[in-house]
Design a protein around this ligand. Structure first.
Ligand code: GDP
Ligand code: MN
Length: 388
C-alpha cells in the first residue's frame, strides 16, 4: 500500500527522522493560513501517490502567504502528469505546505528488500534529487549499499559507513547517522516494503532533513497496523482495482489489450505468458480464485469489460476445486446483463468441463472455444487483430 508524502513525513517524524514543519491543505485559503503560521516562505507540494511531481509542475516555492494561496490554487485540482502517472495524470486533491528549506546539497537514501539476497538493503547516494533509476543505470558506483543481516539489524558501523560515504562530516555526520538509524527503525516497525528519501538534504544552515518521503507498506502485514491501513486513499488507486478488491478478486490493471479471466495465480501467470508469446499482451491479471461461483464470475466479467483497453477477453479456467459448469453459468448470467462488444475466447478444462461446454453451447452466445492453451492464445491474438 502506498501513502502520501505528508503521511509518510508524519510517521517518520514519530520515529525521530527530521522533517520540515508543514500542514496539509485542501483549499487555497487553507494553504495561505498554513503558510502564515510557518512564517511565509514555503513550498507547496501536490499530494499524489506518484513521484516526479517536481518535473510535472506539482511543486512550487512561494515567498509569502498570498503567493502560497495563488500557487495552491494552481496546483489543487490539476491533473498532474509525471513519469509515474499515466498520460491523463492524477488529479490533485490536497497540497502539503511546508517551510521552505535553503538547500545546500541533495542526497539520496532508500531502504528496500533485495529479494535475491532475502535481506534489506540500505542505499545511499550523493546524486540525490534526480532520477535514482537513471543513476543506477548509468553510474551504479555512485550508489552505496549496506546489506542488513536480519538477525542483528542495521549496525551502527553500517550507518556510519553510509553517512561518511555521503560526504557528511562533524555535526552533520552525527545527524546523518541518527537519520539513517531512525529511518531503518521506521521501516522495520511499520513493515514497509520501501522507504525512500529523495532528496535528503543538507540545508545552508547545516541541518540534515527529509525533503521528500515515500513509504510503501507490505499489504500482508497491514493487519498489524490499523493506523496505517486507515491512511489508504482510494482516490489514488485504479477504480477497477478498488472495485475488484471489494469482491475479493485479485485484479491488477496492466497496459495490454487482452482481458484475462483465470482461476489461480499460477494459471494467470501462465496465461499472460502465452498471450505474450503469441504476440499480444494482457490488459490485466484477473484471478477469480479457487472456489469461484456465479456471482464472482459475473463481477469479474463486469470489471473486465468496463476496462476500455480490453480488445478481447480470454477466459481460461482449469476446473480443480472450481467446477467448469459454474463458471459457464456465471459467464452466461453475466452476458445477460452486460453488453459486451469485444470477442470472447473461452477455454474450460477439468472438472465438469463437458457440462460447462454444453451450457455455453446452449446459451446461443457468440464466442470461440479453445481446448489447448496454445489454441486459446492464438485465437485471442487473432481476435485482437480482427478487432483492430
Ligand atoms: P518529487 O519531484 O515528486 O520527487 O518531489 P520532491 O519533494 O523530491 O521535490 C522535487 C524537488 O523540488 C526537490 O528535489 C528540490 O529540488 C525541490 N524542492 C522541494 N522542496 C524544496 C524546498 O523546500 N526548497 C527548495 N529550494 N527546493 C525544494
Ligand atoms: Mn523526490
Amino acid at each position: 500500500m502506498k501513502i502520501h508524502e505528508y503521511q509518510a513525513k508524519e510517521i517518520l517524524k514519530s520515529f525521530g527522522v527530521p522533517v520540515p514543519e508543514g500542514g496539509v491543505a485542501r483549499t487555497p485559503e487553507d494553504a495561505e493560513a498554513i503558510a502564515k503560521t510557518l512564517g511565509g516562505h514555503v513550498v507547496v507540494k501536490a499530494q499524489i501517490h506518484a513521484g516526479g511531481r517536481g518535473k510535472g509542475g506539482g511543486i512550487k516555492l512561494a515567498a509569502d502567504p498570498s503567493e502560497a494561496k495563488r500557487v495552491a490554487s494552481e496546483i489543487l485540482g490539476m491533473h498532474l502528469v509525471t513519469p509515474q502517472t499515466g498520460s491523463e495524470g492524477q488529479k490533485v486533491q490536497s497540497v502539503w505546505v511546508e517551510q521552505a528549506t535553503d538547500i545546500d546539497r541533495e542526497l539520496y537514501l532508500g531502504i528496500v528488500l533485495d529479494r535475491a539476497q532475502s535481506r534489506l538493503v540500505v542505499m545511499a547516494s550523493r546524486a540525490g534529487g534526480m532520477d535514482i533509476e537513471e543513476v543506477a543505470a548509468t553510474a551504479p558506483e555512485q550508489i552505496l549499499k549496506e546489506v542488513v543481516h536480519p538477525g542483528v539489524g542495521l549496525q551502527p558501523f553500517q550507518a556510519r559507513r553510509l553517512a561518511l560515504g555521503l560526504g557528511l562530516a562533524g555535526e552533520q555526520l552525527k545527524q546523518g547517522v541518527a537519520f539513517i538509524t531512525a529511518l531503518y527503525k521506521a521501516y522495520e516497525e511499520t513493515d514497509c516494503s520501501l522507504a525512500e528519501i529523495n532528496p535528503l538534504v543538507v540545508s545552508k544552515t547545516g541541518d540534515v532533513s527529509a525533503l521528500d518521503a515515500k513509504m510503501n507498506f507490505d499489504d500482508n502485514a497491514l493487519y498489524r497496523h490499523p493506523d496505517i491501513q486507515a491512511l489508504r486513499d482510494l482516490d489514488e488507486e485504479d477504480p477497477l482495482e478498488v472495485e475488484a478488491s471489494q469482491f475479493a478478486l485479485n485484479y491488477i490493471k496492466l497496459d495490454g489489450e487482452v482481458g484475462c479471466m483465470v482461476n489461480g495465480a499460477g494459471l494467470a501467470m501462465a496465461t499472460m505468458d502465452i498471450v505474450k508469446y503469441a504476440g499480444s499482451s494482457p490488459a490485466n491479471f484477473l484471478d477469480v480464485g479457487g472456489g469461484t461461483n456465479v456471482a464472482r464470475v459475473k463481477n469479474a466479467m463486469r470489471i473486465l469489460t468496463s476496462d476500455t483497453d480490453v480488445k478481447a477477453v480470454l477466459i481460461n479456467i482449469f476446473g480443480g476445486i472450481v467446477r467448469c459448469d459454474r463458471v459457464a453459468e456465471g459467464v452466461v448470467e453475466a452476458l445477460k446483463d452486460i453488453e459486451i462488444d469485444v470477442p470472447l475466447v473461452i477455454r474450460l478444462q477439468g472438472t465438469n468441463a463437458e457440462e460447462g461446454a454444453q451450457i455455453l453451447e446452449n446459451s446461443g452466445l457468440e464466442f470461440a472455444v479453445a481446448r489447448k492453451l496454445k489454441e486459446a492464445a492464438e485465437a485471442i491474438v487473432a481476435a485482437v487483430q480482427r478487432a483492430a
